[in-house]
Design a protein around this ligand. Sequence first.
Ligand code: NDP
Length: 315
Amino acid sequence: MPEKVIIIGSGPAGCTAAIYTARANLAPIIIEGFMAGGQPGGQLMTTGIVENYPGFPKGVDGQELMQRMRDQVAATGARQIMDDVVEVKLDRRPFAVTTAEGNTYETHALIVCTGATARRLPLESEKRLFTRGISACAVCDGGLPMFRNKELAVIGGGDSAVEEATHLTQFGSRVYLIHRRDKLRASKIMQDRALKHPKITILWNKAPVEFLGDAVLSGVRLKDTVTGELSTLMVAGCFEAIGHEPNVGFLKGQVELDEMGYIRTKPGATLTSVEGVFAGGDVQDARYRQAVSAAGSGCMAAIAAEHWLQEKGLL
Ligand code: NDP
């Protein structure tokens, strides 16, 4: 017997989809991931204190939040499988989902919540100081006490970098925008915002070569990409905003993607180009990328899947 619904991914979107589909008596399987696209639990597993997830007035540790979501999924009776999906076959019904351990599951509906992986600078010092002053999300972490009234830096030159730099001006005494070229990639309106902002200083043609600090970040060594000259910038926080990679490799072109490689969903909904396949969370959202918006779209995907199964007489 095929499953009614399988959910791939165990971040806030996948967990919420599992909770909703379980409570709708769809007996879901959630394939949580193992190695692919970071850890099971998604990007919150590498975040420090989360202060913008409703219900936690004092903030909550990212790992703890995901453990609580996972426990809530378990309490619903949903089957949790810690394995990576390596292949799906969506040109047949029911769909087939194959994992790295070699198990194949059949399912009528599929909910893809595999997230996006934040690009990170490939530096040893970055690994060591990540979450200790280095973050890949200014909206999530910028308001933490360790960054208040301190000099901060954002790395990147796209819309996210400018948006994050602007966001950080609420907390930091000065925000440096470190960009490897002499032109921003960000849209004109965002560029103007950064260029005019009294608290933002753009450092052109600069690339980080080493992050400094023992227990926590104290600064960053920069290399001028034109002259090769080295300099040191003392900052208490560095926010990487150098883009994300949606985790869609296992789909192998079977679902329509947008020009940035994210799953294309119907505006305001979670329907993909393949009937019966729904997507929630960051894998279909390059814009908001928040735990709470991911949870919201996971809920939408679950309800949409339930309605679709009902309509098709598959319940
Ligand atoms: P982008 O891919 O647009 O920009 C990434 C930036 O990081 C680029 O400036 C790039 O430099 C730089 N970069 C990449 N790799 C490195 C590296 N190894 N070292 C140093 N710098 C690096 O990603 P964004 O997240 O900014 O945006 C993604 C999409 O989301 C875009 O389409 C954007 O328009 C959209 N978005 C829209 C927003 C809005 O409308 N308010 C807000 C946020 C995002 P280089 O320019 O040299 O390639």
